[in-house]
Design a protein around this ligand. Sequence first.
Ligand SMILES: *Cc1c(COP(=O)(O)O)cnc(C)c1O
Length: 429
Amino acid sequence: MDKQLNNYYKQMHISYEILEFCNKIEEGLKERFEEIDRVAEYNQLKVLRAMQERKVSEAHFSATTGYGYNDLGRDTLEEVYAATFNTEDALVRPQICSGTHALNIALAGNLRPGDELLSPVGKPYDTLEEVIGIRESKGSLAEYGVTYAQVDLLEDGSFDYEGIKKAINSRTKLITIQRSKGYATRPTLSVEQIGELISFVKEIKPDVICMVDNCYGEFVDIIEPSDVGADMIVGSLIKNPGGGLASTGGYIAGTRECIENAAVRLTSPGLGKEVGPSLGINGQLYQGFFLAPQVVAGALKGAIYAANIYEKLGFHVHPSGSAKRHDIIQAVTLGDKEKVVAFCQGIQKAAPVDSYVTPEPYPMPGYHSDVIMAAGAFIQGSSIELSADAPIEPPYSVYFQGGLTWYHAKYGILMSLQELYNRGLVEIL
Ligand SMILES: *Cc1c(COP(=O)(O)O)cnc(C)c1O
């Protein structure tokens, strides 16, 4: 079998040197992969149980149009999300078109003029700067009289409890905690850490709403931030919880009141969750959620595999090859433009869609340097599918994530290294 497999890899342009080097590394990851499989197994049971207990049936997959009144499939899917994430309610809609949109609804729906929003974990994800008004923007929370305060993490990545205590005041209404590092260099927070932070904040101010930006974190652990006191968790369906099948959408899961506030902001006061046609995509949202634990496991294995390979070759990787994982993003610092381009072109060559396309760095709005993006995805912008991007600037780090199957993630990483190797940019030891 090994011989046949190696032979096939060869036909798929992976050379013997690369394969041998990477196979040895994979061999050493067996135990970690088994642990990931156990987490997926647990989460699979969680989702399965939620679906069984709500008697999900074929009738839930049919479409509604127009207002979407009495969309049984939509309402039940929201119950399935709420049960899986251990919350009172959830809003799961194709009308939420991205993670940023979901976060905007959660924030704008639950904050009122005069309130203050606090981030106790440093600067939030790029797109939230305009939602909040950190960068001036039309329709931002700042324009509606919501102020913003921020407490950075300490040098070692831990919470600045003293600073947070000082920052909480009579106007502090909501705190936003970003679980994943996103594309920053700080560490990703574990669910336990988030729980500790929420307890600390609630001790000072019990009625403060604790929201967690859960993007890229779903199903990485057997508990979610909503299991440790978060009033709302928020994410995108073209990341982890859509399982690669959701063609669009976002979710918010949380307390009944928080969800109602978000719903009236998404649709309209007086309408809330009652309207919103599912337009025939309920089936993929259910099936994607059902597959998500397994898909996340594959993406996690890919991230760990890549970290270990590139670490062994002497590159700085974040998180490190041996670090415990709390999200699916992997950063590799390659050190120069040629390597970054080769890496991304290798990922692209390995894609099921658009594999013949060669990505090149180009200027992008919102970035001060050129950016290269590799994505050969079934769904536009889906980052649970194998994808990589990098700004062309020091330290020349590439961020990559996803992989609908572990085998594809593996092939993508092999191909990235093969490209570096073919161009004489790395030496295989
Ligand atoms: C992806 C992401 C978002 C939202 O991004 P969208 O592209 O709007 O879906 C927000 N926060 C974090 C940490 C993310 O990774």
